[in-house]
Design a protein around this ligand. Sequence first.
Ligand code: BES
Ligand code: ZN
Ligand code: ZN
Length: 464
Amino acid sequence: MPESSPSALIERKAGKAQGIAIEAVDSAHYKDALKRLDASQRRWLEQTGFEPRPGRFALLPDANGKLARVLVAVDPSEPLAALAGLPYALPVGSYHLADNGALTDMHLAALGWALGAYRFERYRKGTRAPATLAVPSAELAALAPMIEATARVRDLVNTPTEDMGPEHLADAVKQLAKAHKAKLREWVGEELLKANFPTIHAVGRASHRAPRLVELTWGKASDPKLVVIGKGVCFDTGGLDIKPSDGMRNMKKDMGGAAHAIALAGLVMQAKLPVRLTLLVPAVENAIAGNAMRPGEVITTRAGHTVEVDNTDAEGRLILCDAIAYGAEQQPELMLDFATLTGAARVALGPDLPVLFANQDALAERVLDAGRAVVDPLWRLPLWRPYRKMLDSSVADFANSGASRHAGAITAALYLERFVPDGLPWLHLDTYAWNDADRPGRPRGGEAMGLRAMFAFLQQRYAR
Ligand code: BES
Ligand code: ZN
Ligand code: ZN
C-alpha cells in the first residue's frame, strides 16, 4: 500500500547488540569516544581529517578492514536531524545506537532516521534499500504509527493530480474507514447542491472530475465530539483568476491539508482515543472551463451567509466554509482544520512554520506547547477582528478576498472564523505541506507539518 520505501527501523532483540554500532559524538564527547577506539582507528580519523561537526560521519574498519563502528557528529539540541542523513549515506545493513553517545533523546533520533529513510517510489524505484536501525521493540511500537502517518501525508501530496484527483482522495478516506470499521458518507457532484454544499460545488464544478465531500465517522456516540477537516484541492489552477506558471507549478500539493487531516484521523483511531471523530474532506479541482465560477459571483453558503467571489484563487476558504458549517452542526467539543490556505502564511513565517489560529488563548497555548515538545513547531497569528473590513463586499455579506494583500493569512482565517459558532473551540492550521529542497529527514516534496503537534495535543486532551 505505501508508495514509500520499507520501514528503516527494525526490532532490536533484548540484550543483543545488532549490527554495527553507531556512536553519536559532539565536541564534548569526542575525546571519550576516541578512547573507545583502537590505535589504528584513531589514526584513520586523524589521517582522514575527521572533525566532529554536525552532519559528518566516519566509517571505522577493524584490523581486517571490516566495517566495525560508525561515528556520527551531531548537534544534541537537534535530535530529530541527528541521524536523519544516515539511512542512505551508510552502507546497506543493520546498525544500532551505542549507549554512551552524545544523544539523549533516542526516541526523536530514531524517528529522524525513519523520516530520513522515506522515498517516494511510486514512479521510480529506489536504487538501494535504506540502512536499518535496530531499536527496542517498545520504541518501535511507539514510533511506527507516526512514521506511517508521515509517509501517508507525503505519499498523498507527492502523487500527481492525474493519480490523486477528488475520487482518489476520497478513496484514501474510504480505505481508512475500512481499516478502522468507521462509517462513511459521500456527496458527489449534483448531490452537493441537493445536500446544500454550494461552495464546494461552485469551486469544483469546472473540473471533468466531480467535486465531492467525504465524511468519516468513528467512535462511541457518547464520547466527546471531535471534528477534523482538511482542504482537499487536488489541483489549484487559480480558476479564472489563473495563477502564473511558477505559482501553479506545485499546486498538486493543495490537498496537503486533507492529507494531514486523513493522517491525523488515522492516528486518532489507531490510538483509540476516546472521541467521537468526524473527518471531513471536501475534495475538488479548482479548474477552468466554461462553467467555472466567475469573479463577482455571489454564492449563498450552507451557513446562509452570502459570499462574493472576489477572487477565484481564494477557493480553499470557499470549500472549507461549507465543511466547517456542516461540522459545526454536529456541535462538537472541538473542531480543527488543516489547509494550504495562503501564500501569505509563507511570507509571514516561511515554509517550515505552520501558522496556528485559535479562537481561545488557553487552547492555542496547549497546542504550541505540544508542538515544542515533539519538535514540530507552530507559531500563532491573531484573529484580528478589525481586519474583517478587508473582506467587505458591496453586494454580499462579505467577500472571499479583498483589494488589500495585507495580512492575507489573517483575513483568510477571519473568513473561516465567521462560520465557527461562538463558543465552539476551533483551531486552524495554515500549512505549507512541502519541502522545497532536501534536508536531513525532510526530503524534497510533500511533508507533514503540524501533524505531530496536533496529535500530541489530542493525546493530552483526551488522555484516559
Ligand atoms: N493554494 C493557495 C495558497 C498557497 C499558495 C499555499 C502557495 C501554499 C503555497 C490558495 O488557494 C491561494 O491561491 N490563495 C491566494 C489567496 C488570495 C487570492 C486572496 C493567495 O494566497 O495568494
Ligand atoms: Zn487558490
Ligand atoms: Zn488553494
